[in-house]
Ligand binder design. Sequence first.
Ligand SMILES: C[S@@+](CC[C@H](N)C(=O)[O-])C[C@H]1O[C@@H](n2cnc3c(N)ncnc32)[C@H](O)[C@@H]1O
Ligand code: SF4
Length: 374
Amino acid sequence: MSGARHLYVHLPFCAYRCGYCDFVTLVGRRGQHAAYTDAVLAELELERPLLAGELDTVFLGGGTPTFLEAQSLARLLDVLPAAEELTIEANPETITPELARCLRLHGVTRVSLGAQSFQPHLLEVLERRATPDAVRRAFYHLRDASFDNISLDLIYGIPGQSAADLERDLEAAIALEPEHLSLYELEAKPGTRFTHAHGAELSRQAEAMEHYLERVVHVLRSAGYRWYETANFCLEPGRAGGRDLRSRHNLAYWQGRDYLGLGIGAVSTIADRRWRNAPRLRPYLDALAAGRRPPREVEPLPPDVRVRERALLGLRLDLPLALGSVDSALDHDALARMQALALVERRGENGSGTIALTERGRFLGDAVAAELIA
Ligand SMILES: C[S@@+](CC[C@H](N)C(=O)[O-])C[C@H]1O[C@@H](n2cnc3c(N)ncnc32)[C@H](O)[C@@H]1O
Ligand code: SF4
């Protein structure tokens, strides 16, 4: 085995908790940031044999990685293996000119900035701390530190968000000229405080939103962005000096490549196994301080499961999927039906052929892909 070329590190700490968030996060805990960093680095040493000699991508996700106490963050960045793409997720209010320079100095090549919206009333609904001006300021601090690959996260489907609000958010995001944009439809988990508070508005919103994705795609394409994955857009190479600005880390995931995840709640997929570290901090710290692997759930991944996943994830991309690599996962009757409905396009013969969702199929997204899987 040649080893995984993609590394994810989960940094769970946040200054506060946003009502809609369902990620593994911990509020504050300044006193534990150094110990967590030690534990992550100890886990890296235990799992290093699973990694390739050279990595393609490292992704620091959260939580709020840029909330990690500065010394710990610098130490982590110094010790993690080098990679061509090193992304960090950042909350706007954490980005000072000093931190932006420090990230650049320590090898970060790409920043994914959680803007979510540029409308004060929607940021309030999401319980965000950063104002629209703080988002812009953070963006400029990153540019001043010579970051030339910045992604903005936006959420749509926020309770109370009108179609005009969405247009204004897209306009404000485009005005900053980011290299990459992720547009996530708000997921509100049943039973959470957020769903409780906004339940009625959320169901109204679901109906109003039927054409939001079409609008997002139209506006961003008109501004020169490529819709390369269901929720992701990057500047066309012609607008970006020939650079391919797709997220290489996420692309690897959508293409079914192996990756190693470190930290609480982190998932790893390597060869025929997937494991997820338990989300609790104390058992994670204790296990690694004692030189043991943290508690985790391991599941076998037989080849047919990996092929099914590759088909489901691969169909999210704007590239044709080689039939040879996913044929065994497909329901061929469903495929014929979807072709007749012009939701899927098939090219070439079985062995060397490809399938891809048509434009209409892509708007229906995962529903079409799920139908195609046997
Ligand atoms: C792992 S979060 C961390 C980012 C960072 N802490 C922040 O809040 O900006 C990455 C992105 O996931 C998206 N996200 C988080 N919760 C979501 C939800 N419930 N529905 C849709 N998107 C969500 C947000 O756009 C967020 O920027
Ligand atoms: S800051 Fe980001 S990770 Fe933290 S609670 Fe808010 S959305 Fe979740």
